[in-house]
Write a protein that binds this ligand. Structure first.
Ligand code: IMP
Length: 203
């Protein structure tokens, strides 16, 4: 699979925070991203049990519906003391209103109920790229760290205000967006995509 500079690529997500980060990662590589939301593409149900399965399902749906290459991200936060929850249900824990203060409060409550002392957690990102003919390649990245309560910081999205990456003392939401982009699970999956040689100068 090869994607020449200047190609249009559908970012198969309706999550504004995620689309913003993916566009920032794609920017320097001469790829023109359009979001699935801007094209009015429907959001498929995430019926798989693993991040990569859901990323592939979203990429395939957007590529086949748009006739363009499509890149999908399925990601989430896994908390060790909660047996990996919310994991693939990270978005769903925020409810229909997508209110992450509710989801973060639920994690804090469940840790308290479990009398957990270990606040280790990690973000996972599965990135899948699908061609208009259904050819697929997937890449994964993780970033490990610990949780902190109450939430801190205004940048980023989702669970960023409670996540402190290993070696840092501020949350993702307190970091400058460029600094988060340089070390995030999404950046790590993206590095693998770039090194795969899929993005090329021209055909
Ligand atoms: P999905 O991949 O659309 O199912 O949604 C993943 C969910 O995981 C997002 O809605 C966020 O809640 C969470 N998530 C994924 N990546 C990040 C991140 O970089 N920061 C904070 N939360 C994230």
């Amino acid at each position: 699979m090869r994607l020449p500079r200047g190609s249009q690529l559908v970012v198969a997500s309706h999550n504004v925070g995620k689309v913003r980060e993916i566009k920032a990662l794609l920017g320097p590589h001469g790829i023109e991203p359009i979001s699935a939301g801007d094209l009015g593409l429907p959001e498929p149900d995430e019926t798989e049990t693993m991040f990569v399965g859901n990323a592939e399902l979203k990429a395939r749906a957007a590529a086949l519906a748009s006739g363009h290459f499509a890149l999908a991200d399925d990601s989430g936060l896994s908390v060790k003391a909660l047996d990996g929850a919310p994991g693939i249900y990270s978005a769903r824990w925020a409810g229909v209103a997508k209110d992450f203060s509710i989801a973060m409060a639920r994690i804090e409550r469940e840790l308290r109920v479990a009398a957990a002392t270990d606040y280790a957690a990690h973000f996972t990102c599965a990135l899948s790229l699908c061609s208009p003919h259904g050819e697929m390649q997937s890449f994964a990245g993780e970033v490990h760290g610990t949780l902190t309560f109450p939430p801190r910081g205004k940048n980023g999205f989702g669970y960023d205000p409670i996540f402190i990456a290993q070696g840092m003392d501020v949350t993702f939401a307190e970091m400058d967006p460029a600094a988060k982009h340089a070390m995030s699970h999404r950046a790590r999956a993206f590095e693998k995509l770039l090194h795969s040689g899929i993005f090329i100068e021209s055909l």
